[in-house]
Design a protein around this ligand. Structure first.
Ligand SMILES: NC(=O)c1ccc[n+]([C@@H]2O[C@H](COP(=O)([O-])OP(=O)(O)OC[C@H]3O[C@@H](n4cnc5c(N)ncnc54)[C@H](OP(=O)(O)O)[C@@H]3O)[C@@H](O)[C@H]2O)c1
Length: 254
């Protein structure tokens, strides 16, 4: 082999080894889609997961435009499906896992006196049990990576100390529960031994389908939100693990 060929091969091996990998849940729309797009533009290997990526035009277009984007089916309520994807990706280290998928549960379903308990179950399944199961299933993939970060998209609505006015109890309860569950995960001996960082991040009040019908004056656009979140994700280290931050950098009260 010539010296030039050897040099080219080692350069290729170096750049291949350098690409970090991110896995995102709920990448079909809103904040999750923007994460997928932005990490793809930054040349990360992106595993964009969604309930039905094969039918999703935006995700299909993203994957066509970026060879570093891989689409995978993942419904965070389907625990067998989560395990199957973890097995399929068992040799893939994941530097950053973003537990982003989430729902609010509607507005008329959550009124005290007319509570729709099946919707409450759905909200807890998607917003709390889902991220927990994904974290259990992919812990070793994250532990095998260089960055070792699991970032959970929480909400300022999850702060017990800041509840003013009665609204959206399912959603608020789910994000408080997510915070508690992930705080516990962050101090679990297995997680600490593996050196995995558990982040809790609020994205701001963001203009997505999630906030449709709410006044837009106080909202930020999804690009701004995700830029801030990506900067915070880069900063997250072991000392910040299990702590709860706004994506602007401010530490949140529980
Ligand atoms: N927007 C805000 O102001 C705001 C504020 C605080 C926190 N957050 C949090 O940020 C996260 C993303 O919100 P967003 O504003 O981007 O909302 P969004 O535009 O409504 O997107 C929600 C995403 O979650 C996915 N999803 C829902 N159920 C799922 C399931 N069972 N399995 C897998 N994916 C599922 C949706 O997929 P489908 O397309 O298949 O429905 C969609 O991709 C959520 O956790 C939310 O609580 C948002």
């Amino acid at each position: 082999m010539t010296r030039i060929a050897t040099l080219l091969l080692s350069l290729f091996a170096f750049s291949a080894a350098e690409a970090a990998t991110v896995l995102i849940t709920g990448a079909s729309r809103g904040i999750g889609f923007e994460f997928a797009k932005r990490y793809a533009e930054q040349k990360w290997d992106v595993i964009a997961t969604a309930r039905s990526p094969e039918d999703d035009e935006a995700l299909q277009a993203l994957a066509s435009a970026h060879s570093n984007v891989r689409l995978e089916v993942l419904d965070v309520t389907d625990h067998a499906g989560i395990d199957a994807l973890a097995t399929k990706l068992k040799n893939t280290p994941i530097d950053v896992l973003i537990n982003n998928a989430g729902v609010a549960g509607g507005r008329n379903t959550q009124d005290f006196g007319a509570v729709d308990y099946s919707v409450f179950n759905d909200v807890m399944n998607i917003n709390v049990l889902g991220p927990l199961k994904v974290t259990e299933a992919f812990l070793d993939h994250v532990a095998a990576s260089d960055q070792k970060k699991i970032i959970n998209i929480s909400s300022s609505e999850g702060r017990l100390s800041q509840v003013r006015g009665s609204r959206q109890p399912f959603y608020r309860a789910s994000k408080s529960a997510l915070n508690m569950v992930m705080k516990n995960v962050s101090i679990h001996p297995t997680v600490q031994e593996k050196g995995v960082i558990i982040g809790l991040l609020t994205p701001g009040f963001v203009d997505t389908d999630f906030t449709a019908g709410l006044p837009k004056q106080m909202m930020i656009d999804v690009e701004t939100s995700v830029s801030r979140s990506m900067a915070m994700i880069e900063k997250y280290d072991l000392e910040m693990s299990g702590r709860y931050f706004a994506n602007t950098g401010e530490e949140m009260t529980w």
